[in-house]
Design a protein around this ligand. Structure first.
Ligand code: A2P
Length: 269
């Protein structure tokens, strides 16, 4: 399978990222170290995860050059506006102990407590601040997360740079076809967070049976599915065996089986 995705500006991003949502700061150092040791070169964090400090320390302590590791972080959903964005970005790079980010995302179109609220203008201001940081070389790629088509359109209309990425929840059963197509048409790389539905799909009998056929685990089948859909999976684990397993994906899911997987109902609804 391919090693990287390429953003529309030519910057490449490793095809599997190590997700750190729900890894507490105390565990983040060991988990990220295990990920790096086992070949991950792409780490995904956020200010809101409250683990940037130990994510950064693990990366800095590891014997890897900064340019050989891809680091993503995110502007908190509650923080919007031009100056606020620059300030939050500075907090993030200080927490991580790095002088640039590979990818910086608006975490969500609205504060978590106000899902669906209209923050269009504030998001535009935040994105413009990110464009400035991008132009200064402090961020290699900029994007959004949890944006629907209606949230993306104003950014495409009013900002100079087409977002390089949109990070969305995606797993077997989660219908994101329309949004993924829209992103593809606009050269926006789709990143899949919760590719295992935070663990909720691992027990499905259908998936267990199909995984056997490929001599794979359900987790591997689920992560592979994201790649087959041309999305970039960000699996999370704090266990080394699973961390290793989650990027051993040397098999292809048949077209027929993909179609079967497409029919599965969302376990989280
Ligand atoms: P743990 O961190 O204890 O290993 P997602 O990436 O969709 O958010 O899912 C993460 C959840 O799935 C976590 O609960 C994680 O548990 C679990 N998990 C991650 N990888 C595997 C795996 N290979 N096998 C079983 N469970 C896994």
């Amino acid at each position: 399978s391919k090693e990287n995705f390429t953003f529309h500006n030519g910057v490449t991003i490793p095809s599997i990222g190590f997700g750190t949502w729900q890894i507490p700061n105390e565990e983040a150092y060991d988990s990220v170290t295990m990920a790096l040791k086992n070949g991950y070169t792409h780490i995904d964090t956020a200010l809101a995860y409250k683990n940037e400090e130990n994510v950064g320390k693990a990366i800095r302590d590891f014997n890897i050059n900064r340019e050989n590791v891809f680091i993503t972080s995110k502007l908190p959903a509650e923080t919007k506006g031009y100056d606020e964005t620059v300030e939050a970005f500075n907090t993030t790079i200080t927490n991580l102990g790095v002088d640039y980010l590979d990818l910086y995302l608006i975490h969500a179109p609205w504060p978590w407590g106000e899902k669906g609220a209209d923050y269009t203008e504030a998001n535009i201001q935040s994105f413009k601040a990110m464009e400035k940081l991008y132009n200064e070389g402090k961020i290699k790629a900029i994007g959004v997360s949890n944006f629907e088509i209606e949230n993306l359109k104003p950014i495409l209309d009013k900002c100079d740079i087409v977002p390089h990425a949109n990070q969305i929840p995606f797993y077997i059963g989660k219908d994101q076809e329309e949004l993924i197509s829209f992103c593809k048409e606009n050269n926006i790389v789709v990143e899949a967070y919760s590719p295992l539905a935070t663990g909720d799909i691992l027990g499905l009998t259908e998936l267990k049976e199909m995984a056997k056929k490929y001599d794979a685990t359900v987790a591997q089948l689920a992560i592979r599915y994201c790649l087959e859909k041309d999305t970039l999976p960000l699996p999370k684990s704090t266990h080394e065996k699973r961390i290793i397993e989650n990027r051993q994906l040397d098999f292809e899911i048949s077209k027929e089986d993909i179609e079967k997987l497409d029919q599965i109902k969302d376990v989280r609804k």
